[in-house]
Design a protein around this ligand. Structure first.
Ligand SMILES: [Cu+2]
Length: 311
């Protein structure tokens, strides 16, 4: 930055150099302004939500509000802590700044027991508060004791998804959709149908490596582990089409391990079940085609028709 005026002031610097430096400097400033404007525009336009919901997507499931509240509460807490910390830093920097002619050090606080206790107890207390609210909400989000209306056994595989509609005894099997820019590729993605306002239990398994079941709009995500069964329940409360994706790096085409979620009225859901039956996708794809051997306790968690073989 200091280079520009120095060069311009020095008679030895040739006019050519001066112009080049001047122009580059201007261009650099221009680029910087454009960059900042770009980032600001991106930040403003990229946000789906608003301050009131913490820039999260709108709530479309029964658990969404809980996640939003935890998120907003955490932000309020960290911003309050930040304001106090920045305030104290600023206060210390001004109050104890070096004054002209004053060569003495301010009072040095060393091994000050009350001070050290204070800055140990306060952070431990803050972490405890965060832990309490997180643990409380997580316990509710993974609670599967409520009566469910239907069960979907989701099986992840490199790099797609199988959906077993346990109660209707039909399945959807997805193949990896290679998104190469060709028109209509997205329409080939596997689609998970869910009836609106019905409590769904998702039973999650993986055939090969660790994947993660994630529907961003539901604000819920859970790991899918080979040889292990995970579960959670959720009620979609709004009709619509949402994106689903794998949220655990699982290999070369992890980023293309995508699916769509269609939350539809019960009648439309029943139609889809009938359609799957009519095209021969009756029955469930057993989890025993998985690479990993499972322990009995985890096999027991899988709805019976989708379990390993029948021995
Ligand atoms: Cu994956």
């Amino acid at each position: 930055m200091h280079l520009v005026p120095e060069l311009e002031d020095t008679p030895a610097a040739s006019p050519v150099v001066t112009t080049v430096v001047g122009r580059t400097g201007r261009r650099r400033t221009g680029l910087r302004i454009a960059g900042i404007a770009g980032i600001a525009a991106l930040a403003l336009s990229g946000c789906q939500g608003q301050v009131s919901n913490g820039y999260l997507p709108p709530v479309v499931s029964d658990t969404g509000q809980r996640v939003t509240d935890l998120w907003i509460g955490s932000w309020i807490a960290v911003l309050a802590v930040g304001a106090v910390t920045w305030g104290l830093m600023l206060y210390a920097a001004i109050r104890f700044r070096k004054r002209k002619g004053d060569e003495t050090l301010p009072v040095q606080l060393r091994y000050n027991v009350p001070m050290e206790m204070l800055y140990t107890i306060i952070p431990v207390f803050m972490v405890a508060v965060f832990f309490y609210y997180t643990a409380r909400d997580e316990a509710r989000l993974v609670d599967t004791s409520t009566k469910k209306d239907l069960t979907v056994s989701v099986v992840a595989k490199q790099w797609s998804w199988d959906f077993n509609y346990v109660d209707s005894n039909v399945h959807e099997t997805g193949v990896h959709t290679e998104l190469d820019g060709t028109e209509g590729k997205r329409a080939q993605m596997p689609v998970l149908y869910l009836p609106v306002n019905k409590r769904v239990e998702f039973v999650l398994n993986a055939r090969d490596v660790i994947h993660s079941f994630w529907v961003p709009a539901f604000m819920m995500k859970m790991d899918m582990l080979p040889g292990k069964t995970n579960k959670f329940q959720l009620t979609p409360t709004q009709v619509g089409t949402f994106q689903g994706k794998c949220a655990e790096l699982c290999g070369a085409y992890h980023s293309q391990m995508l699916f769509m979620v269609k939350v539809v009225p019960q009648a439309e859901y029943d139609q889809e079940m009938a359609r799957l039956r009519s095209i021969g996708q009756e029955g469930l794809i057993p989890v025993d085609v998985s690479r990993e051997k499972m322990v009995q306790a985890d096999i027991d968690k899988i709805p019976a028709p989708a379990r390993t073989g029948s021995n």
